[in-house]
Design a protein around this ligand. Sequence first.
Ligand SMILES: C[S@@+](CC[C@H](N)C(=O)[O-])C[C@H]1O[C@@H](n2cnc3c(N)ncnc32)[C@H](O)[C@@H]1O
Length: 217
Amino acid sequence: MAGPLSSTSLSPVRTFHPRRSRMGAQKLAALADLLPRYEWVPGRDPLPLGDVVMEIGFGMGDATLVQAAAHPTVTWLAVDIHTPGVSHLCRELDQQGLTNVRICVDDALDVLDGHIPDDSLSGVQVFFPDPWPKVRHRIRRLIQPLFLDLVAPRMRVEALLHVATDWDDYAVQMATVIGSHHAFEVVTAPPRPQTKYEAMGVAAGRTITDVAAIRRR
Ligand SMILES: C[S@@+](CC[C@H](N)C(=O)[O-])C[C@H]1O[C@@H](n2cnc3c(N)ncnc32)[C@H](O)[C@@H]1O
């Protein structure tokens, strides 16, 4: 059943543009061959045992790959709906021999809402979401109080929420909504790998801001 911030019940708050980028035959073949090996299907697959960090909007998987390699005992549940990125991550996981990443091709809001048990996630990461600077797009931004209401109960106590942006006004929004949410205590953000969108922001002269918080008891 859809909850308050699922894409079905709050359809105006769509946090991504559904788009079908063209993929060449090689990438399509890689997707068909490799995705079944890594895919995590909501409603079919139980959450992996042990520490699970959910990365929402992994893009090309830059941060996913580096972190998964550095923390082999943690499972990365990498969620995105952008198929070229899914294909790229599958190929890299195969080439690098990483086995601790599961890929979920779905709307993260629906996944959180219907398929992630309470007190289950060891971390949640959202790096450079919503790359739209226009004022009219702000209502679609992911990091807002309703999202925090959805994600907080699914995190274990002391689990880390880590978000980052290259838009100054979004950085203020992130710090404000996370800092004022009863379930979170803001902490110093740990280092993390650079991502593709981050590199684009840096190249354009924008400032990078990370906000991190632990789930309170
Ligand atoms: C601007 S890109 C950033 C990608 C990557 N984190 C980086 O920094 O390079 C945002 C990504 O989030 C994904 N995304 C946005 N909303 C989403 C949602 N509700 N569920 C799953 N993925 C989402 C988009 O498809 C896109 O790949």
